[in-house]
Design a protein. Structure first.
Length: 252
């Protein structure tokens, strides 16, 4: 499980405003090996965390590149995933390293192979001098990827884009209030967004979320109703919590 809030505005009204503001939590089994966000070894163009799980090494959940590319993925909540499905993290890594396909074309290709994976939601983006594009595809939703409308504020958890889970609605309200506050400094903005991501308040019961919870225990569904998930063996990764990195991506 994971959660992402983002605002995409390619032509912000103020010169000091941002073309993209994104805040995200990664939720995973605590004992799953991974590498915190950093530039890839010999490739100083790409910044991301990396999966170190056997057989899935090199996959990621969120990354950006100095070429102006961004990708992020969340799992789709379903109780009986296929243990033999392909690793979803490579969908992020492959996009960041692909130098030929634009964000929509990449998702179009992924959509033809969506049946090979367990449920996922994938965001791909390009930020360039003349045009910014953000696209979305979920293999449990529409068969076609979509281009997201500029100047929008979006939320994505473990259902389709903007599915009204209570945790998503709560976090999105707080995120919207923060990113629209023009009085915040850069550091102030980061701290307020971290406060949103660190919120352990439960948003249960949630009938909308529970409809996808077949195969999950009631205590686990309750734990997953928080933006910042806490349970004995699974939850929001402490390795990523509060981690702040900057990458000045050059654009064409």
């Amino acid at each position: 499980m994971c959660i992402i809030f983002f605002k995409f505005d390619p032509r912000p009204a103020s010169k000091n405003a941002y073309r993209l503001i994104l805040a995200a939590n990664r939720d995973e089994f605590y004992n799953r090996p991974s590498k915190a966000a950093d530039f890839w070894g010999t490739n100083s163009e790409i910044l991301s965390g990396l999966d170190l799980e056997y057989g899935k090494e090199g996959g990621s959940w969120l990354g950006i590149s100095k070429r102006g590319k961004l990708a992020a993925i969340t799992n789709y909540m379903e109780g009986r995933p296929n243990p033999d499905a392909q690793g979803r993290g490579f969908l992020v890594s492959n996009y960041l390293t692909d130098k030929d396909q634009d964000s929509y074309s990449y998702l179009k290709k992924v959509s033809t192979e969506g049946h090979l994976y367990n449920g996922f939601n994938l965001i791909t983006a390009e930020f360039k001098a003349k045009q910014d594009i953000v696209c979305y595809y979920g293999n449990r939703g529409s068969p076609e990827p979509i281009r997201l409308k500029p100047a929008g504020i979006y939320g994505l958890s473990n259902s389709l884009l903007d599915t009204p889970w209570r945790k998503l609605l709560q976090g999105k309200r707080q995120f919207t209030s923060i990113v629209n506050d023009q009085s915040l400094s850069c550091d102030g903005l980061v701290q307020e967004l971290l406060n949103v991501l660190n919120n352990e308040e439960l948003n249960a019961p949630d009938p909308v979320q529970e409809t996808q919870g077949e195969g999950y225990s009631k205590p686990m569904i309750q734990a997953l109703s928080a933006v910042c998930v806490r349970s004995p063996h699974y939850g929001t990764s402490e390795k990523m919590k509060g981690n702040r990195l900057h990458c000045d991506a050059t654009v064409d």
